[in-house]
Each structure stands twice: as structure tokens, then as C-alpha cells.
Design a protein around this ligand. Structure first.
Ligand SMILES: *Cc1c(COP(=O)(O)O)cnc(C)c1O
Length: 447
């Protein structure tokens, strides 16, 4: 760590903890390879960043329910604050106050970073608080945000309506846009004002359109000089990450997550995350310290539990989805299935998928023959799958975007996004695949 640049907002902070203080103090030299073999994330999830000897031998990290941390001495407290305020480069060496960080959050952040080989990760109280904190840290009045479309509805609201009140402008391009279209929109944004960031979401919900991250990075690098003028590329990787898509490898600077979904994976918590290089993450951490959007210790602990089975759960859900989609596709009452495993050979979307993704996910769009009545009969007849929004949990969920998550979307936009009344959105879980088929078969009979 050479350049400990303190963001402007940090001057009026009462304190801010640096990353990994506990990891540094609480972990034995981390075992990350054996005999030249680099250990895989699935292995590291059981121990990385935590030393049981420092917590009474407890196999699992305790939940540290404390609002503040006792300094070893007055001099140590001063030293921490010198690091916190940027008076001394290198950051604080210890924990200060739980709005800034805590042991459970730090272990979680270390393990989250492992999946994408990211330098740093931050935890947040929700996916939306991660996104809001990131935007607040990066955006100034008069700036332009360029984003792919569509975005998660609350993200669109945040950019257009909330930041719009502070004079922030935005320009978008369709998620599936080609390199020329992406460059054209970036160029137009540049003429309009300072481009604060390029914000992507891939695959887009509910269209499942993939964004060409490499094309976005190439256009950004061509159009903007290095340094402050270069807008970071941020991507919401909730639907495929961190297992099936790792955007930092393809040119993204930061990745945001609703950890509520696949990472949490049990539909029992709400959380968010951001990963990336230290230089990119530092201002986001400073903003989080200021406004207090860090995740609580209990949910952090639950996420540690979840990450131990992340690969198992996502792999099983992905295999289940492949079976279910193959079966649904040929059913006479099904119009079509929008699933990343069915991309047309030789198409641009298939090319992006081949370059960026290692799986097709387990969330897809089922278009039934008919309209709302047929969709509702199907949803009401399901017995194993539950009728609920959200995704990425152990259990299969089904919902009706036109009548639920996208109810307030204007009709022309709904048509553009292919959100028909016959669309059912399904997130496949880890149940027995044949039981799921039996459930879908009887529900389709009721249509
Ligand atoms: C759920 C979700 C969010 C918001 O996350 P919360 O944890 O509900 O705040 C953001 N982006 C995507 C793609 C999501 O699915």
C-alpha cells in the first residue's frame, strides 16, 4: 500500500477503520496454498481470515456484539485515529467503532474477496445500501451516469429520481448493445458533463440480456484519458456471481452484490457487498463509515455460514435449472423459455456468454401460452415451488413480474422489455430435480 489518498469526505469523519485489521491480527499466516497448489475458494470458505486460537478455540467465529472496541493504550488509540484520519499513511491497525468495521464483517469481507480474487470487499446492510453508498461516494452534481438498461427497479429509481434531484444526469444503452452503440452513448455522455461512472447489470432482469463488459471497458479506455477523468466500470453481479461470472477479470473495476440472493442463499437475511481493487474501494469505505451502511455482525456471521456451501448450492441449483428448462421448453402449454443455457449458437449473446460466464444460472423467464389468467392459474397451482419474489435461495420461487416486481413499469416499456402478462419468473433451488418436474407438470395441467 503506497498511496493512502484520503477522500475529501474523510476530513470530517470521527473515525474509520482500515480493512482487514482483524484478519491481520486474528489470523495465523493464512494458508492459501499447499505444495505449490493454490487452494480453491470452496476450501478457503471454512477458515480463511479467522484463527480459532484467538477466540477460545471456537471452531466458528463468535458473533461480536459490541458497539465499540477497547484500545490497548492511549497511544494505540491515537495511532489508530492517525491512521483513520489519514494523518499517517497505512490506515488504522485496530478496530475502533462498529459503524466502521468489526471482526465478523472483516472475516466476511476477506472471504467474499476470495471468490473473485479481488483485493478488497465491503459488506453492507442490503444490496441497495451498497449501491446507494457507492453512488454517493462517486457522484457529484452535474455529473452524468451511463448505465445499461434495464436495471433493478430500485437502482433505476435511485439514479433517475433521487440523484436526479441533485442535478445528476444519466444516459443508458440496452444491455445487449453492440460495441458501436456502447461507444456512441459513452461519447454522448462525455459531451454532456463529467462521466462519474459506468454502471452495468448483467444479466438484466427479467430479459436475461448479457452486457459485453469487455466492449464497455474497451470503449471507456479509448474515450477517456487515464487518471481522474476515467470513469470506473461498476457491475451488479447478483444473478450470476460470484460463481458463474467474475467481471473483475473482464474489465470491471467494482462489482456490487445483493448478498440477499445466491450468496446468502437461504432466504433468511438481507445484505449487500462491493468488491474491487483497494484504490477503488477506499472512497466507498469512507462513505460507508460516514453514513453507517455496514452489515450487522449477526447477518455477517450468517453469511459466513452461507459462503461455506456457496459452490455446492449454486452448482446444484444450476444443474436443476438445466433439467427443468429442458423439460419446460418442449411442453405444449409453454410458449418459450428465456434461459441463458438456450442462447442461439453463433449469436452475439452466446459470444458474450462464452467470454464472460461459466454457467447459465438458475433464474429464468417462463412464457406460457396465454396471458395473466394462465400465468396466475399456474402460479396458484404450484405445490413445491413457493409464490414469492427474490431469487437465489435453496427453495424454488416463482413470481409474476408484470403484476409484482414490474407493476409500475409503463406499458410501452413493458413491451420493450418483453414483460408480458404470460411471463412467470422462476428461481430454481436445490430440491430434487424430478420433484420439481412433477410440481411443474401438475401446475401446467391446471393452466
Ligand atoms: C435484489 C437485488 C438488488 C437489491 O438488493 P437488496 O438486498 O434487496 O437490497 C439489487 N440488484 C439486483 C440485481 C437484485 O436482484
Amino acid at each position: 500500500m503506497t498511496d493512502h489518498k484520503v477522500p475529501e469526505t474523510e476530513a470530517d469523519l470521527s473515525g474509520a477503520a482500515p480493512p482487514h485489521t482483524i484478519a491481520r491480527r486474528h489470523a495465523k499466516p493464512d494458508i492459501r496454498e499447499i505444495g505449490g497448489r493454490r487452494l480453491k475458494p470452496a476450501t478457503l470458505m471454512m477458515g480463511h481470515g479467522y484463527d480459532p486460537a484467538l477466540s477460545e478455540g471456537s471452531l466458528k467465529p463468535p458473533i461480536f456484539l459490541t458497539s465499540t472496541f477497547v484500545f490497548e493504550s492511549a497511544a494505540a488509540g491515537k495511532r489508530h485515529f492517525e491512521g483513520v484520519t489519514g494523518k499517517r499513511p497505512g490506515g488504522a491497525e485496530g478496530l475502533v467503532y462498529s459503524r466502521f468495521n468489526g471482526p465478523d464483517q472483516e472475516i466476511l469481507e476477506d472471504r467474499l474477496a476470495v471468490w473473485e480474487a479481488a483485493e478488497e470487499a465491503l459488506s453492507f446492510s442490503s444490496g441497495m445500501s451498497a449501491i446507494a453508498t457507492l453512488l454517493l461516494a462517486l457522484v457529484q452534481p452535474g455529473d452524468v451516469i451511463v448505465h445499461s438498461a434495464p436495471l433493478y427497479a430500485a437502482t433505476e429509481t435511485l439514479i433517475a429520481r433521487v440523484l436526479g434531484r441533485f442535478g445528476v444526469q444519466w444516459l443508458d444503452f440496452p444491455a445487449g448493445a453492440d460495441a458501436a452503440r456502447i461507444a456512441e452513448v459513452l461519447d454522448r455522455a462525455k459531451a454532456q458533463g463529467r462521466v462519474a461512472l459506468v454502471y452495468l447489470e448483467s444479466p438484466a432482469n427479467p430479459t436475461n440480456q448479457l452486457v459485453d463488459i469487455q466492449a464497455v471497458a474497451a470503449a471507456r479506455d479509448r474515450l477517456f484519458a487515464d487518471g481522474d477523468a476515467k470513469p470506473p466500470i461498476v457491475i451488479d453481479n447478483t444473478f450470476l456471481g460470484p460463481l458463474w461470472q467474475q467481471p473483475l477479470r473482464h474489465g470491471a473495476d467494482m462489482v456490487v452484490y445483493s448478498l440477499t440472493k445466491y450468496a446468502g442463499g437461504h432466504s433468511d437475511l438481507v445484505a449487500g457487498g462491493v468488491t474491487g481493487a483497494k484504490a477503488a474501494i477506499d472512497p466507498i469505505r469512507a462513505m460507508r463509515n460516514t453514513i453507517g451502511t455496514i452489515l450487522d455482525p449477526h447477518s455477517s456471521w450468517m453469511l459466513l455460514r452461507s459462503l461455506e456451501t456457496l459452490e455446492l448450492r449454486m452448482t446444484r441449483a444450476g444443474e436443476n435449472a438445466a433439467k427443468v428448462c429442458a423439460w419446460l421448453r418442449d411442453h405444449p402449454k409453454v410458449e418459450r423459455v428465456g434461459y441463458l443455457g438456450f442462447l442461439q449458437e453463433g449469436s452475439r449473446q452466446a459470444d458474450i456468454h462464452r467470454r464472460h460466464c461459466s454457467g447459465a444460472g438458475s433464474t429464468f423467464s417462463l412464457y406460457l401460452k396465454g396471458g395473466e389468467a394462465e400465468a396466475f392459474r399456474f402460479l396458484d397451482a404450484l405445490k413445491v415451488a413457493k409464490l414469492a419474489v427474490s431469487l437465489g435461495g435453496t427453495e424454488t420461487l416463482a413470481s409474476h413480474p408484470a403484476g409484482m416486481t414490474h407493476l409500475s413499469v409503463a406499458p410501452p416499456r413493458k413491451r420493450e422489455l418483453d414483460i408480458g402478462d404470460n411471463l412467470v419468473r422462476i428461481s430454481i433451488g436445490v430440491e430434487d430435480a424430478d420433484d420439481l418436474l412433477a410440481d411443474f407438470e401438475q401446475a401446467l395441467e391446471a393452466v
